[in-house]
Design a protein around this ligand. Structure first.
Ligand code: HEM
Length: 522
């Protein structure tokens, strides 16, 4: 049908797409010139040399980290304008961010940037209150209770996925840790049976990939042309997203219904599952969720949880392998923690794991240098936002805080690009002045000095679970295996795989290999 219209017009689909794109770029350019004359022009800009919006966006996609660092160093206490992949954005200091995010959601929107980033109009991602509430009210307070199951799943998954040989073997660690985290998270999200099935592992990881890829592809196309580009087959992932949702319903609705029957017939003998699916179905009616909605919410939960955690774990493993001097203190600390366990054989508990401050510091230091995102606190002003510095951010202003630049600020962190977990230890003499000597330095801290899980009321509610999961992966991994970055067990900073950076996001090199061998005494 669409092709028939094009041939009647005497145009190929790509010629039409190109002409329409040219027209839309011109309109966008004129609009961006008009926008710059608003109150925002009082704020310094890093965009001056580039006139066209698409040039600015392309520059950010390639050099986002350098631009954010430059702006932060030049205007550390204030704010600056920069076109990010999100469009013209006011990048604000932590103090301004602190002020802004305290405003109510009807003044400063958390969802608007998500709508753009995830292209929700096309991908169908929704603001899922049930997910955030379940994490805050059920998952986080019960971490101690679910830990034995989580711990067992991680240990089993590592034993299955990692080599049994005591010879060095190369592995694509991205893929393996994604599987381990998907299985382990699945045990807490949907239960220990479904979490190990290939179908669920595929669904819970591929859904996220398809949503992100579709959204990235759509953002390249000017907004008015997106429906046409979809008709022309530009984002086939959108169809797969719909299929993933149908599959999730097929897998989960019968389980949910079975659980409801068991609940209704329960005479006290039924052992109620202790997982997010159960917690969600028990409160679904308060939120007006059907059983099918719960199934889709489980995909949303996997989407926010699994990749962010496995990426953080992968980066930390690269850092550990690149810094072998960290291995001995880490193993000693873990052995001491296990020696405190009352169980036989000894196991990690929530409190023994929290006593492992070097492990906490190591992951936090890795996150400081390789966070998942360059900025946090992306928001859109839904009303004018007056600030204490006298500037009022007009309605529609896009805001973000340059968390990576803050984390590599030399006035906060001595030798900021060096990997030194000790800087986060309480009694470390090498800590920088701004961060030393406080339990607020923990990996899960969400403060103005610790930004990578966001801060304020929308800060990541899953960070306690993520931290526990990553720590358990590391605890079992370093006890059972040796890790290196080159053939024959070579290690060293120069071998650390470089990350991929595009716009706001930092990801480990997907093709990077690590070398692993089973420890003889494990
Ligand atoms: C290392 C892994 C993770 C990182 C780096 C991370 C990071 C973040 C960040 C930066 C935000 C946005 C905060 C803001 O804009 O103010 C966020 C929000 C969120 N995260 Fe995480 N996250 C991780 C793991 C998880 C896990 C495991 C879960 C679920 C169990 C989760 C659930 C959520 C949810 C539901 C939100 C939205 C909160 C809201 O709507 O208020 N995250 N996360």
């Amino acid at each position: 049908m669409t092709e028939a219209i094009f041939s009647q017009l005497g145009l190929s689909p790509s010629a039409l797409l190109l002409s329409a794109a040219a027209a839309i770029f011109s309109i966008t350019y004129l609009f961006s010139q008009w926008r710059d004359t608003s109150g925002l022009s009082k704020i310094p800009s890093l965009d001056e040399r580039f006139k066209l919006g698409f040039q600015r966006k392309a520059r950010y996609l390639k050099h986002g980290k350098e631009l954010l660092r430059e702006g932060y160093r030049r205007f550390p206490d204030g704010m600056f304008r920069l076109t990010t992949q999100f469009g013209p954005t006011v990048v604000v200091s932590r103090d301004v961010m602190d002020e802004v995010i305290k405003k109510p959601d009807d003044m400063i929107s958390f969802m608007e940037p998500v709508k753009h980033d995830m292209q929700v109009e096309y991908t169908g991602i929704t603001d899922d209150h049930l997910v955030a509430e379940t994490i805050r009210n059920d998952l986080t307070p019960n971490l101690g209770r679910i830990m034995p199951t989580l711990s067992k799943e991680i240990q089993n998954a590592l034993l299955e996925e990692f080599p049994k040989s005591t010879e060095w073997t190369s592995l694509n660690i991205n893929k393996i840790l994604l599987r381990v985290v998907a299985i382990a998270s699945g045990s807490t999200f949907v239960g220990t049976e479904l979490c190990r099935t290939e179908e669920w592992i595929h669904l819970s990881t591929q859904y996220t990939m398809d949503v992100f890829i579709a959204a990235e592809k759509l953002k390249i196309v000017p907004s008015l042309l997106r429906p046409l580009s979809i008709k022309l087959g530009w984002a086939p992932e959108l169809q797969r997203i719909v299929e993933h949702r149908e599959k999730a319903k097929q897998y989960l609705v019968p389980i949910i219904q079975k659980r409801r029957q068991m609940m209704a017939a329960d005479d006290g003998s039924w052992e109620k599952p202790d997982d997010c699916l159960q917690w969600m179905l028990e409160k679904a009616h308060q939120h007006g969720y059907s059983d099918e909605d719960i199934a889709v919410s489980q995909l949303s939960l996997s989407m926010v949880a699994i990749h962010s955690t496995s990426i953080t774990a992968t980066q930390a493993l690269f850092d550990l392998a690149a810094n072998p001097s960290c291995l001995e203190p880490l193993r000693n600390e873990l052995n001491t923690a296990l020696s405190m366990s009352p169980d036989s054989p000894p196991t990690f508990t929530k409190s023994t794991l929290s006593s492992c401050s070097f492990l906490d510091a190591l992951i936090k230091e890795s996150q400081r240098l390789s966070p998942v995102l360059l900025v946090i606190g992306k928001r859109v002003a839904l009303a004018p936002i007056p600030l204490s510095n006298g500037i009022t951010l007009p309605t529609g202003t896009h805001i973000a805080c340059p968390s990576e630049a803050v984390g590599t600020d030399p006035t906060m962190y001595a030798d900021p690009l060096e990997f030194r977990p000790e800087r986060f230890l309480k009694d470390s003499s090498s800590s920088s002045t701004a961060i030393s000597g406080s339990t607020r330095n923990a990996l899960t801290a969400s403060t103005k000095n610790s930004l990578h899980f966001g801060f304020g009321r929308h800060s990541c509610p899953g960070r306690f679970f993520a931290a526990m999961e990553i720590k358990l992966v590391f605890a079992f991994l370093v006890q059972g295996w040796d890790v290196a970055l080159g053939e024959g067990g070579q290690t060293g900073k120069e071998l650390r795989p470089a990350s991929r950076e595009r716009g706001d996001s930092i990801t480990p090199d997907p093709s990077a290999m690590v070398w692993i061998r089973r420890r003889a005494d494990a």
